[in-house]
Unconditional design. Structure first.
Length: 286
């Protein structure tokens, strides 16, 4: 596991393609709520949707929701259509931007999530339940583990057509860290940093990376992707290029479990692509 109990949590063009894996998304139970451009309105809307057993929240287009305190955890089935709005932390207090509880199911669309600073995991979004992020940007967030998005044990996370950029983790998973079941498709994981391993992504659950670029990330080890424990990581029709690490490998590390590469390129990583991995990575050269 990447993170301590009780949660058992862990942890440049985009290629075209499709993914066959079907993962449940949020289907709100109640009527649509338009959320005015204020952090307090967003707080109230989430709290009311939780109380009502679900809801569909439509944010003010192009708004910046400036948080001086944490939003409520998502505890029900909620869809947030951000309409190109930004949710950001403006307080000196450390907290992540969004958090999904074990009973929660969040579908987030067209959002920018930035400047989260979680003391534990998931600087941008911490998922303990079910999460789908589509057509969004998760950037410049920070946490101990999983600077951008973190998926805990028993969770389901789906990331589609989303940029995960400029996030930082003190330990593992600068962009994302996964201890559950995570699928990333048609996305970009770029310019993230981890002090430990997995600058782009760290996994000890089940991670699928499809039609995605994992490029120009950095870490102490495995600037691109790191697989741990009994984890399973599959990288399909994707690029893991130009990542950097202090200790080899620079591209893909398998420290335990299974890593598969299918129709993917691992190229130009420093100091190596996969050489130096604890367990050799099939179909990776250099």
């Amino acid at each position: 596991m990447f993170i301590r109990k009780p949660s058992a949590l862990v942890a440049q063009a985009v290629c075209a393609g499709a993914i066959a894996t079907v993962i449940g998304t949020a289907t709100p139970a109640s009527a649509q709520t338009n959320v005015p451009c204020s952090a307090s309105a967003l707080f109230t809307a989430i709290a009311n949707a939780n109380t009502s057993g679900g809801g569909s929240l439509v944010l003010a287009p192009g708004c910046t929701y400036r948080l001086s305190s944490p939003l409520p955890d998502i505890t029900s089935t909620i869809a947030i259509n951000a309409r190109h709005s930004t949710i950001t932390r403006v307080s000196t207090t450390s907290f992540g931007i969004l958090s999904v509880s074990p009973s929660g199911n969040l579908a987030l669309t067209d959002a920018t999530i930035t400047n989260g600073d979680a003391p534990d995991f998931g600087g941008g979004i911490a998922n303990r339940g079910t999460l789908t992020v589509t057509d969004s940007a998760i950037r410049n967030n920070h946490a101990n583990f999983s600077g951008g998005i973190g998926g805990g044990s028993g969770t389901t996370t789906r990331i589609v057509r989303t940029s995960i950029m400029g996030n930082t983790a003190n330990v593992n998973g600068g962009g994302v860290a996964n201890d559950g079941n995570m699928t990333i498709s048609n996305s970009r994981i770029i310019d993230n940093t981890a002090g430990g391993a997995g600058g782009g992504a760290a996994n000890d659950g089940t991670l699928r990376i499809v039609d995605t670029n994992v490029n120009e990330n950095s870490a102490g080890r495995a600037g691109g992707v790191a697989n741990f424990g009994g984890g399973t990581t599959s990288i399909t029709s994707s690029n893991v290029n130009s990542n950097a690490a202090l200790v080899a490998p620079g591209g893909v590390l398998n420290a335990g479990g299974v890593v598969t590469l299918q129709s993917s390129r691992v190229k130009g990583n420093q100091p190596t692509n996969c050489a130096g991995s604890d367990i050799p990575v099939p179909n990776c050269v250099g």
